[in-house]
Every structure is written in C-alpha cells, then in structure tokens.
Design a protein around this ligand. Structure first.
Ligand SMILES: Nc1nc2c(c(=O)[nH]1)N[C@H]1C(S)=C(S)[C@@H](COP(=O)(O)O)O[C@H]1N2
Ligand SMILES: [Mo]
Length: 330
C-alpha cells in the first residue's frame, strides 16, 4: 500500500533514462548517417539531370565512406548542412548574390566536359571528365573553407589531390606556376553579361602549392557529384587560402614560368594578391580578417569565430612560405 506513495513510482528508473548528452549525440550520429545514406543512394542521383547519362555517379557515391588519409584533411568541426553549402555560394558567372548560383546554375552543361592541360609539361593533353574521374582514388575530405568576405563553412569534399594529376603530366623545369582557367560561355552563364570581373575567371598557384597534398581536385561533395553552383563538374579546393583561389568549373590547366595574374588581382591588385593565404594578421584594406562568421550559426547574436593562420592548416602548409614576408606577399 505504502509503495504507491513512492514518489518515483511513475518515473522510469534512472538507468533507463538516456542521458541527455548521449541522446543528442545519437541524434547527431543518426543525422550524419542519414546524410551519408542519402548520399550513397542512387535514387538521389536520378534527380540530377547531369548524372542521367553517365556511369560516374555510382563510383562517386561510394566515396563518401573513404575518408582521406592526408594529414589535416579532416577536421573535428561539424560540417555545414548540404543546404547551406549549396545555396550560399559565390559563382559570379551566375550572378553576384549569394542565392544567384543556386537559382541560375541549372543552365550549366557539365557533360560532355574536358580539361586541357598545356604549357611546360612533358605530357600535355586533353582529359575528358571520365578520364579525370578514373585518374586516382577518390577520397572524402572535410575541409574548413574561409571566404575573403568574412564567412566560413565546413564541407565534405570528394576528390583527390591535384598532385596526382600534376605527376601524370610531368611538369618540366620551367614550370614554376599553374594557371587555372574556368568556363566562360555566355550561352550558359548569365553573369558574364556583367563586367564585375574579366572573364574567364582565372586563378593560379605556385607549383609547390599546387603539389601540396591538401590541394584538392574536387568532383563532389557530401558523397554526391558537385551541384552546378559549387563548380561542377570539376573544381579546385585550396583550404588554406581564401575561397576565391578555389576555381570552379575548370576547363584548362596551364603550367607556366611566370606568375599568372588572377581575375581578382586584375580587378583590384591592392585588395587581392596572388597568394591570398588566410591570415588573420593581414587585413583586407576595407575590413578586418581577424574573425569570421560560420554560415549556419545563424542570428545576429551568433558569436564570431577567430580566423586561424592559414585557416588552421599551418602545421601542414606553413613550410611552403618559410622566410617569406606574408604582409608583402598577401
Ligand atoms: N569560376 C569561379 N570560381 C569561383 C568563384 C567564381 O565566382 N567563379 N568564386 C570563388 C569564391 S569567392 C568562393 S568563396 C568559392 C565558393 O565556393 P562554394 O560556393 O563552393 O562554397 O568559390 C570560388 N570559385
Ligand atoms: Mo570568396
């Protein structure tokens, strides 16, 4: 009789209560798993027009489970949502508003596609996309990305080190830099009507930077092929540099002796230098680079994060710049 008075009567045993923390973690895990599963499900490919005619998706889709062994290629930070990464973009060929690329990049034709490799190499040539996809083992890499405008994201990219391609084409002793030229086609890219930049969009790296294993030639994200707005079908991801160095929709890779002039340097040399390494100590002439806003950490009151030297990849890439004046070489 008195037992009924037990105040704990209606409550489950404490051992049956899932501690809040564990519960939250499981939910996160579940969410992560469902993203991965969605990423590998062929059904998700079916909706993507570009994928309809190719055998590549199966290959790419499996990559989500092959994380990269390259040092620094994974971060403990939580990835942004696919939604964030595919709707908040810079891709001026499709408009200058962050929402424009997702809205307008449907007109980009990513098949057939080829990348011409030329200049100071022993084995120049034209690689069609299928050949590029097969060139090396695809890996998934969770990289922090920092845009020069002061925002950042964490994105699971799919691809392989650019070095794999570079080794295959055998740069000669005159090859000091690599220039990346991206697609400029008025019939597919409404943004080309605007004069914000000189088209095509051009970027460049020093050969040793391009050979660094963290520099990724990317074909996908979140276990799927790249959405057009993120630079389909092939782009660069250089996580220790400001985002604009990561050229989208590449059609030509040139090995050259002289430092290339990138589109952003051409448009405003005092603001955008050749190196453009993420550096909280070197401000943009019009704003500080000391902090950043992580997309997805919404709201006016979301705390800004401190920006890290080389975007947090200093241990991996710092040596590339030993002895260089990083204020002069911004
Ligand atoms: N061809 C091309 N590549 C580009 C750009 C562009 O406008 N055109 N924008 C750059 C900038 S400023 C950033 S921050 C990144 C954004 O990549 P994301 O949209 O995949 O995050 O792409 C870079 N690559
Ligand atoms: Mo950017």
């Amino acid at each position: 009789m008195h037992l009924i008075k037990n105040p704990d009567q209606h409550h489950p045993l404490s051992s049956e209560i899932t501690p809040r923390e564990a519960f939250e973690q499981r939910r996160l895990l579940l969410r992560g798993l469902s993203t991965a599963v969605a990423g590998t499900a062929l059904a998700t490919w079916a909706g993507r027009e570009a994928m309809a005619q190719t055998a590549a998706p199966g290959k790419l889709a499996r990559l989500a489970s092959t994380p990269s062994r390259v040092a620094g290629a994974m971060t403990m930070e939580k990835a942004n949502s696919y939604q964030d990464a595919s709707t908040y973009n810079n891709y001026y060929e499709f408009g200058t508003d962050k929402a424009d690329p997702a809205r307008n990049a449907g007109s980009l034709r990513t098949r057939p596609w080829s990348v011409t490799v030329e200049g100071e190499v022993g084995k120049p040539g034209v690689f069609d996309l299928e050949a590029l996809l097969k060139l090396s083992t695809m890996e998934e890499r969770l990289y922090r990305m920092r845009c020069v405008e002061g925002w950042s994201m964490v994105i699971p990219w799919v691809g392989y080190s650019l070095a794999e391609l570079i080794k295959k084409v055998e740069p000669n002793s005159r090859a000091k830099y690599v220039e990346f030229v991206t697609l400029a086609d008025k019939s597919q890219m409404p943004g080309l009507r605007s004069g914000v930049l000189d088209w095509p969009y051009v970027e460049g790296l020093r050969l040793d930077e391009a050979m660094h294993p963290l520099a990724l030639l990317s074909f996908g994200m979140y276990g799927e092929v790249l959405p057009n707005q993120n630079g389909a079908p092939v782009r660069l991801v250089v996580p220790w540099k400001y985002g604009f160095k990561s050229a989208k929709s590449i059609v030509k890779i040139r090995f050259v002796e002289k430092q290339p002039v990138s589109s952003w340097t051409r448009s405003a040399a005092q603001e955008y230098g050749f190196f453009s390494n993420v550096n909280p100590q070197v401000d943009h002439p019009r704003w500080s680079q000391g902090t950043e806003r992580r997309i997805g950490e919404g709201g006016l009151f979301a705390k800004k994060r401190p920006t890290l030297m080389f975007n947090g990849y200093e241990a991996q890439v710092g040596q590339l710049y030993a002895g260089m004046d990083l204020v002069k070489n911004y």
